[in-house]
Design a protein around this ligand. Structure first.
Ligand code: HEM
Length: 117
């Protein structure tokens, strides 16, 4: 499940860059739709990982919240790009939430790969 989770958010993040740059050229609907599908896979695998814990720490709850925040920020950035509006707020939120998920996921929480911490 952790591999599905990592694969899904990696694909979603790549699609975010593709979607925003294609929307700036007036296209982008297809990668946006695939990215939305990846949101569902990220959330499904995230909930399964969350439920695999016997007890739920504060850090785990924060990981869940920042994970959802990252997805909301990805969607916000894409919709702003589609409407030709500024994507600055979306990108700022995305990078903050994304970096927090990496620190918690790879550094603090026990499942999967431990890259640091
Ligand atoms: C774009 C959004 C997300 C990113 C970038 C992300 C990133 C990560 C990373 C890097 C890990 C650690 C993987 C490892 O240790 O091998 C992880 C684990 C996890 N994620 Fe996410 N995640 C996201 C969304 C979510 C969501 C929405 C949920 C819950 C609904 C969630 C729940 C979890 C749980 C429970 C774990 C296991 C924690 C552990 O390592 O022990 N994630 N995630």
């Amino acid at each position: 499940m952790i591999h599905l989770h990592i694969t899904a958010w990696l694909i979603a993040v790549v699609l975010l860059f593709v979607t925003v740059s294609m929307y700036e050229k007036g296209k982008g609907t297809v990668p946006h739709m695939i990215m939305r599908l990846m949101y569902l896979v990220i959330i499904f695998s995230g909930i399964m990982l969350f439920m695999s814990y016997a007890s739920h720490s504060f850090e785990l709850a924060i990981k869940l919240v920042v994970g959802l925040w990252a997805i909301v920020a990805m969607e916000l950035t894409s919709v702003k790009a589609k409407k030709g509006k500024s994507t600055r707020a979306g990108w700022t939120q995305f990078w903050i939430a994304f970096i927090l998920t990496l620190i918690l996921g790879f550094g603090r929480l026990p499942l999967g790969v431990q890259l640091f911490g």
